[in-house]
Ligand binder design. Structure first.
Ligand code: HEC
Ligand SMILES: [Cu+2]
Length: 335
């Protein structure tokens, strides 16, 4: 049976946008991932050759020197001690192979890390939390979570540089079709860049065990045409405006302790412990990609986040049905 989380995510469709759901390193769709795939292929080719040679020799030996009828069971085989040629060969050849792999890997790593940012480079800071991703756009003053919108590299001159940080333990950023893994380490900045050409959604996940809900720390990179991206960024910059219809619901939200952990720009909610909720409804998923974002799942989540994500750092708030209705109505107004 299909994993229920995956089954749910398969329902999240963005009209007109390709979805790259398969986290497949053999179909790279950005430059760093393509360079790294070549090393993977070289390594696989060399190790396959070693496997065939060693396996072949073992098979040959098994058949050529097997016990035959009439063999003397007590006779020892001839004992051969030392052969300079053979020992030299099995020392030098593996050394050469190791140095070739080190050299090729070092060259690709250096080329990826030293690449200079192209003309239009977007800077994004990604901060790992147990068990979600905070996404900050310093040039726009925008903070969001779990879904990283970036411009696609349609003109060949666009890339996104990520600064990776952690708020707690070590996490690892991995979107297999875009780049290799890179750790997010407390008190340290790590860097990674991506430049997918095709607009679309690229899925990834945390790749370093970071606590009980590590497996539910999913990630989406949403590459858009530059025009769509600019529109998205402009919308995200806007704070929430006073909305007469949602005023009662907003008051309910602001009276609860949600605001000590969550921020909604333009309101008194300024908590930084949990995801910024300013434009919550523009996100496709909730709680680091484990649920489709809609009214029903929002209600389930706020009612008891410990059910879908046991051990997560949002407590079960024990709201009354009426509070729940108001809070969910307010959250749904956050476009
Ligand atoms: C003690 C801090 C804390 C309190 C209080 C709290 N939350 Fe959260 N909330 C979190 C954390 C942490 C997450 C991220 C959970 C995860 O994905 O692992 C979260 C996630 C969410 C999300 C999903 C956001 C997203 O983008 O995926 C929503 C919606 C939310 N909280 C709403 C609320 C509401 C409404 C209240 C008040 C009834 C509330 N929270 C109270 C810490 C808190
Ligand atoms: Cu993690």
């Amino acid at each position: 049976m299909l994993n229920p989380v995956i089954a749910l995510l398969l329902q999240v469709q963005v009209p007109g946008v390709a979805e790259h759901r398969v986290t497949d390193i053999f179909t790279p769709l950005a430059s760093p991932a393509a360079a790294e795939k070549n090393i993977a292929m070289l390594t696989i080719a060399i190790t396959t050759a070693i496997f065939v040679v060693v396996g072949g020799l073992i098979l040959f030996t098994i058949f050529r020197f097997r016990r035959r009828p009439g063999d003397d069971l007590h006779q020892e085989p001839p004992q051969v001690y030392g052969s300079n040629q053979i020992e030299a060969a099995w020392t030098i050849i593996p050394l050469l192979i190791v140095f070739i792999l080190i050299g090729v890997s070092a060259r690709v790593i250096a080329a990826v890390q030293n690449a200079s940012p192209p003309k239009s480079t977007l800077h994004v800071t990604v901060i790992g939390h147990q068990w979600w991703w905070e996404v900050y756009y310093p040039d726009y003053g925008v903070r969001t979570a779990n879904e990283i919108h970036i411009p696609a590299n349609i003109d060949g001159q666009t890339a996104t540089y990520l600064t990776l940080q952690s708020a707690d333990v070590i996490h690892s950023f991995w979107v297999p079709q875009l780049s290799g893994k890179m750790d997010l380490i407390p008190n340290r900045n790590n860097y990674l860049w991506i430049d997918p050409k095709d607009p679309g959604v690229y899925v990834g996940n945390c790749a370093e065990y970071c606590g009980t809900q590590h497996a539910k720390m999913l990630l989406r990179v949403i590459a858009q045409t530059p025009a769509d991206f600019n529109k998205w960024a402009a919308d995200q910059r806007k704070p929430q405006e006073e909305n007469a219809q949602a005023a009662g619901a907003k008051a309910a939200f602001e009276s609860l302790s949600c605001i000590s952990c969550h921020a909604v720009r333009g309101t008194s909610a300024a908590g930084r412990f949990g995801p910024d909720l300013t434009h919550l409804m523009t996100r496709q998923t909730l709680a680091a990609g484990i649920m489709v974002n809609n009214g029903r799942s929002l209600r389930d989540w706020v009612n008891d986040p410990q059910y879908p994500k046991p051990g997560c750092f949002m407590p079960s708030m024990k709201l009354t049905n009426q509070e729940l209705d108001q809070v969910v109505a307010y959250l749904q107004s956050l476009n």
